[in-house]
Design a binder for this molecule. Structure first.
Ligand code: IMP
Length: 208
């Protein structure tokens, strides 16, 4: 049986003017705000299946704690986890993010900490997007101090050329241009997270 996610976005070729409009119709109220679909739902699922297989091989015989950074990572974490054929546990932390602005402040504040004690665990931090890398750098240092057996990162998106700090990302889905994107967990002003694809917004959408 086909899922709703597969139904969405199969009506027009990627990149065509029609595809943006058709995909945006997944949530009709967002339609006029979407400029261009950068990564389709099918492409995301295909990539997560690959990464999930890689994780299954890399951690064979072990169990892994997936740590998601709220709120953006909840979508990628849910889908990625279902492509991993290993015993998994889940935990989440929340850090301060951009709010309504679209540029990083470099200030990271832990709003919700983990429930697990990380000592001796294989920890895989799941991120929606790495932009400046400042958030991730802070989180990795913070988590490493808790003495996990291993600590790696899986990020769905990485913005090219924008990392202010060198980061070793074990699994990366897509490198994208340095544009602000929404969908697949990513928001602008808390909207658009439930779009099953990654898209840019029309300039007018930033007006409020
Ligand atoms: P960084 O510290 O600059 O790497 O920012 C990372 C966080 O900022 C991500 O986890 C997102 O919550 C948010 N963010 C960065 N770029 C975007 C974007 O293009 N759209 C939506 N949120 C973003």
């Amino acid at each position: 049986m086909r899922t709703v996610a597969h139904e969405v976005g199969t009506h027009a070729p990627e990149g065509s003017a029609a595809s943006g409009a058709t995909l945006a119709a997944h949530v009709e109220a967002y339609q006029s705000d979407i400029e261009k679909v950068l990564i389709s739902s099918e492409e995301i699922q295909g990539k997560l299946a690959e990464i999930g297989e890689q994780i299954t091989q890399d951690y064979a015989g072990r169990s892994v704690l997936l740590v998601g950074v709220l709120k953006g990572a909840f979508v990628v974490m849910a889908d990625l986890a279902r492509y991993v054929r290993l015993p998994l546990e889940f935990d989440f932390m929340a850090v301060s993010s951009y709010g309504m602005a679209t540029k990083t402040s470099g200030v990271v504040r832990i709003l919700k900490d983990l429930d697990h004690d990380l000592e001796g665990l294989d920890v895989l931090l799941v991120e929606d997007i790495v932009d400046s890398g400042l958030t991730l750098k802070y989180l990795l240092k913070n988590l490493a101090a808790r003495k996990p057996a291993s600590l790696e990162v899986a990020a769905l998106l990485r913005k090219s050329g924008l990392q202010k700090v060198p980061l070793d990302l074990r699994y990366v889905g897509f490198d994208i241009p340095p544009e602000f994107v929404v969908g697949y967990g990513l928001d602008y002003g808390e909207r658009f997270r439930n779009l099953p694809y990654v898209a840019t917004l029309r300039p007018e959408a930033y007006g409020g």
